[in-house]
Design a protein. Structure first.
Length: 247
C-alpha cells in the first residue's frame, strides 16, 4: 500500500482527518510567522542603533526575555509611549518603532487582534504629540515664582528684598541589589530593566551603572568542559573579572 492510498483510506474512516491536517498546517504557518516576526523585531533594534544612533538596551532585554510578539503586544497596549518611542521621535525615525513595523507591513497583521492593530495605528497618530510634550517638559526651564513686584510705583521706591530659599533637591543617589533565580535570570533581569532601570535612565543627567555578580559553589567540582566553556564565554561577553577556584 502506498502513502496516497493510505491517506485516502484514512480520510474515509475519519471524516475529520482533512480538517485536522488543515489545522496542523495553519499552526505550523503561524509558528513560522511568529519566528519571522521575532527576527524582524531584532532587526529594527539593529537598525535603530546603526541608522539612528540609538541603542535600545531595555528593548533588547525585553526581546530576549519575552520574545518579539509578546514585546510588541506589551508596547502597543501601553497607555503611554515608551522611552524608545520618544527617543526615535526625537531623531525623526518613527519608521523604526514597533507601531510602524506592525501597521505598515500587512504580513504581521494576522498575529494581532483588530483592537491591537487599531491601537498601533492610533499610536502613530497620537503618540508623537505626547512624545513632543515629554521632550518639552524635560528642557523647559523652571519658572521663578519667588519674584516679587514692587509695592509702590516710582523711581524712589526701594526694590524689595528677594527671599532666598534653599533649593530643594530629591535624593541624588540610588543603589540596590537583589538575588535572582538562576533558572530564570532572563525573565527577572528583563523585569528589573523594565520596572527599575528604565525609570532611572529616563532622568535627565542621570548616570546609571548596572553590574552583575555571579557566585557558584560546586561541591563535586566543575568538569573541564564547563570550565572551558564558561571561561571562554566570559571573555566573549567582556567580563571585567572572572575565574574558577579550587578551594
Amino acid at each position: 500500500m502506498d502513502i496516497a492510498e493510505a491517506m485516502g483510506r484514512a480520510r474515509c474512516r475519519h471524516p475529520w482527518y482533512g480538517l485536522t491536517m488543515i489545522l496542523d498546517g495553519a499552526q505550523e504557518m503561524t509558528g513560522s510567522l511568529s519566528k519571522q516576526f521575532d527576527a524582524a523585531m531584532f532587526e529594527i533594534y539593529r537598525r535603530a542603533k546603526k541608522e539612528a544612533g540609538y541603542s535600545a538596551t531595555i528593548f533588547l532585554l525585553m526581546l530576549s526575555d519575552r520574545g518579539g510578539l509578546a514585546t510588541a503586544k506589551y508596547l502597543i497596549n501601553s497607555s503611554t509611549p515608551s522611552d524608545g518611542y520618544t527617543h526615535l521621535y526625537e531623531r525623526g525615525r518613527l519608521d523604526l518603532t514597533v507601531e510602524a513595523m506592525v501597521v505598515e507591513n500587512a504580513t504581521w497583521h494576522e498575529l494581532f487582534t483588530k483592537e491591537e492593530l487599531a491601537a498601533a495605528n492610533t499610536g502613530l497618530l497620537v503618540r508623537p504629540e505626547v512624545a513632543r510634550q515629554q521632550l518639552e517638559s524635560e528642557i523647559r526651564p523652571p519658572t521663578d515664582s519667588t519674584k516679587e513686584k514692587p509695592d509702590g510705583p516710582g523711581p524712589d521706591s526701594e526694590p524689595p528684598q528677594r527671599r532666598h530659599e534653599p533649593t530643594k533637591h530629591g535624593p541624588r543617589r540610588f543603589h540596590g541589589s537583589v538575588i535572582l533565580d538562576p533558572t530564570r535570570v532572563g525573565r527577572d533581569a528583563g523585569r528589573i530593566a523594565d520596572e527599575i532601570v528604565s525609570h532611572l535612565t529616563g532622568l535627565v543627567g542621570s548616570t546609571v551603572k548596572v553590574t552583575m555578580e555571579i557566585a557558584a559553589d560546586v561541591p563535586s567540582g566543575a568538569p573541564d568542559q564547563v570550565v572551558r566553556t564558561v571561561t571562554e564565554n566570559c571573555r566573549t561577553l567582556k567580563f571585567t573579572s572572572q575565574g574558577f577556584e579550587t578551594e
